[in-house]
Design a protein around this ligand. Structure first.
Ligand SMILES: Cc1cc2nc3c(=O)[nH]c(=O)nc-3n(C[C@H](O)[C@H](O)[C@H](O)COP(=O)(O)O)c2cc1C
Length: 174
């Protein structure tokens, strides 16, 4: 299974990118592409921009990456209760190519933040809408208080949270 793993963030130290890659690494025999959203350089969406210059190649590159993988592991950064602006912009542009953004791929949907809610608000927003944009949503998981519960070497340190992620990973692995 070829998996596309990314944090929906353009932070060079993204905790969501770390969580997405950790979760993907737990899926047996998966071949993981660690995607850095900073590689997609594109203007802020506007209909005027689209009419005058068309859809940026970066959005087409993102769409091609989704299509060339067998599944997606995404972890959402939460900014003021919603998506990071960088991810939302990429998502909006990509939806102009095809509303079936996620190309019917199986998805493990995650979120984490340094706070105690672990990005639960943005996770719920995506859970309610990603299926309509072509995600075959297999499981969701939110990791609260990232810096208390995650270790770069050993992964999720809290046993109960670790067990919950493993259950989500098993569901994704099918
Ligand atoms: C503009 C802004 C808004 C934020 N809003 C929230 C929020 O609503 N909820 C939350 O849990 N964390 C919030 N945070 C903290 C982020 O969760 C934190 O920066 C986290 O590291 C983002 O994930 P990333 O490292 O993958 O980019 C916010 C951070 C910024 C910069």
């Amino acid at each position: 299974m070829k998996l596309l793993a990314f944090g929906a963030s353009t932070s060079s130290t993204s905790i969501n990118r770390q969580l997405a890659n950790y979760a993907a690494s737990q899926i047996a025999e998966a071949e993981v592409t660690d995607l850095d959203l900073r590689q997609f350089d594109l203007p802020i969406y506007s209909s005027d921009e689209e009419e005058s210059k068309g859809i940026p190649s970066a959005a087409r590159d993102f769409k091609s990456l989704i299509e060339s993988h067998d599944g997606i592991v995404v972890s959402l950064a939460e900014h003021n209760g919603s998506y990071s602006a960088a991810f939302k912009n990429l998502y909006d542009w990509t939806s102009r190519i095809d509303v079936n953004v996620w190309a019917d791929k199986p998805m493990l949907l995650l979120a984490t933040s340094p706070g105690g809610r672990g990005g639960a608000t943005v996770l719920a927003a995506a859970e309610a809408t990603f299926s309509r944009m072509g995600a075959d949503l297999k499981a969701t998981f939110s990791l609260p208080s990232f810096y208390d519960n995650f270790d770069a070497g050993s992964g999720i340190t809290d046993p109960e949270l670790s067990a919950r992620l493993q259950a989500a990973v098993q569901t994704m692995a099918g």
